[in-house]
Ligand binder design. Structure first.
Ligand code: AMP
Length: 126
C-alpha cells in the first residue's frame, strides 16, 4: 500500500522501528546521520536502503525541513556506502520513491541503492 509521503511522521513505521532496534536489519553501515541496510526483498544483486536517522516522511519532507548538516551527512553517507561496497567502477542507481505515484510504501525517507548488473532503462514500461 502506498503512502502520501507527507507529515505527520508515523513513529511506528517499520524503518523507525529498525532505527530503534526493535526489528532486526542486515546492517551495512551506520553513522551519526544515517543507517544503511539490505532490502528484505532485493530487486537487484545488490539492493541497499539508506535512511536518515531523523524523523522524515519522504524526500519532499526531508528536502524542505532537514538542516543543512543533516542533508550533507545523509547524502555523503549514500555515496560512502556505494564506495564502500565497491560499486563506483561498475556503476549503480539510486532512487527515492515519494508519495502515491512514486510508489512509496514506507513513510520514512529511504534511498534505494541498486547495483550488481546492468540496470536497463530508467523507468520500465507499463
Ligand atoms: P518503497 O516502495 O520505496 O517505500 O520501498 C520500501 C522498501 O522497503 C521495499 O523495497 C521493501 O522490500 C523494503 N522493506 C520493507 N520492510 C523491510 C525490512 N524490514 N527490512 C528491509 N527492507 C524492508
Amino acid at each position: 500500500m502506498t503512502v502520501s509521503g507527507m507529515p505527520p511522521y508515523d513513529d511506528n513505521n517499520i524503518f523507525a522501528r529498525i532505527l530503534r532496534g526493535e526489528i532486526p536489519a542486515k546492517k551495512v553501515r551506520e553513522d551519526e546521520w544515517s543507517l544503511a541496510f539490505h532490502d528484505i526483498n532485493p530487486q537487484a544483486p545488490t539492493h541497499v536502503l539508506v535512511i536518515p536517522k531523523g524523523r522524515y516522511c519522504s524526500f519532499a519532507d526531508f528536502s524542505a525541513t532537514a538542516s543543512a548538516d543533516e542533508i550533507a551527512g545523509f547524502i555523503r553517507a549514500v555515496g560512502t556506502v556505494a564506495r564502500m561496497l565497491g560499486l563506483e567502477a561498475p556503476g549503480y542507481r539510486i532512487l527515492a520513491n515519494m508519495g502515491d505515484h512514486g510508489g512509496q510504501e514506507v513513510p520514512h525517507l529511504h534511498i534505494h541503492l541498486f547495483a550488481g548488473r546492468s540496470l536497463g532503462r530508467m523507468i520500465p514500461g507499463p
